[in-house]
Design a binder for this molecule. Structure first.
Ligand code: AMP
Length: 191
């Protein structure tokens, strides 16, 4: 199995690059942000609770997202692999993911970390907010919160995967195709 953690701050291009990766390598896309927005659309109690935190740019509790990921992994036992997009976002989530994947005997193959500086992220998210309809993209204060959450709680995961020799950093500035080219080079080196 090819299991890729696609990592980077909000606005780094994880969603865009995930779409291209899943079609080229026939993987299943697992985005906890998309799963949570699905719960909100369905009006579930989980969705309602999560929305309060998401609208403020804060992370939802680890147990909530870990549970969602475990369900999706169990539901797709014969997949060629998964792209984890926006997950894990804390060390606890990364440890839980390793434990779940241990059961499936298919560990994380690599972390691809997209690197983009803060001013560019804010511009991209404000632009996306004009069309995405996402409340958390439209407000600069919420965007700041999301980037702070990333820096405080998520960034340490780079060292977590580096310690396992699984980190590959990618320059996230450039055209979508240029960035995808760099990503594919890293992935193909592993195959
Ligand atoms: P995203 O679509 O990945 O930008 O996620 C949007 C929002 O959903 C985040 O700002 C968090 O509030 C929440 N969220 C998504 N994934 C996670 C996660 N793995 N852990 C905690 N909160 C998450």
């Amino acid at each position: 199995m090819l299991n890729i953690v696609l990592f980077g701050p909000p606005g780094a291009g994880k969603g865009t690059q995930s779409e291209k990766l899943i079609s080229k390598y026939r993987l299943i896309h697992l985005s906890t942000g998309d799963l949570l927005r699905g719960e909100i659309l369905q009006g579930t109690s989980l969705g309602l609770e999560a929305k309060k935190l998401m609208d403020q740019g804060q992370l939802v509790p680890d147990e909530v997202v870990v549970g969602m990921i475990e369900n999706k992994l169990s539901a797709n036992p014969n997949s060629k692999g998964f792209i984890f997009d926006g997950f894990p976002r804390t060390t606890k989530q990364a440890e839980a993911l390793d434990a779940i994947l241990e059961k499936f005997k298919s560990p994380i193959s690599m972390m691809l970390a997209l690197e983009v500086e803060k001013a560019e992220l804010i511009n991209r998210l404000l632009e996306r907010g004009k069309v995405s309809g996402r409340a958390d993209d439209a407000n600069e204060l919420v965007i700041e919160n999301r980037i702070n959450e990333y820096n405080n709680k998520t960034l340490p995961l780079k060292s977590y995967y580096q310690a396992q020799n699984k980190l590959s950093t990618i320059n996230g500035i450039g055209s979508i195709e240029e960035i995808f080219g760099a990503i594919c080079k890293s992935v193909d080196a592993l195959l």
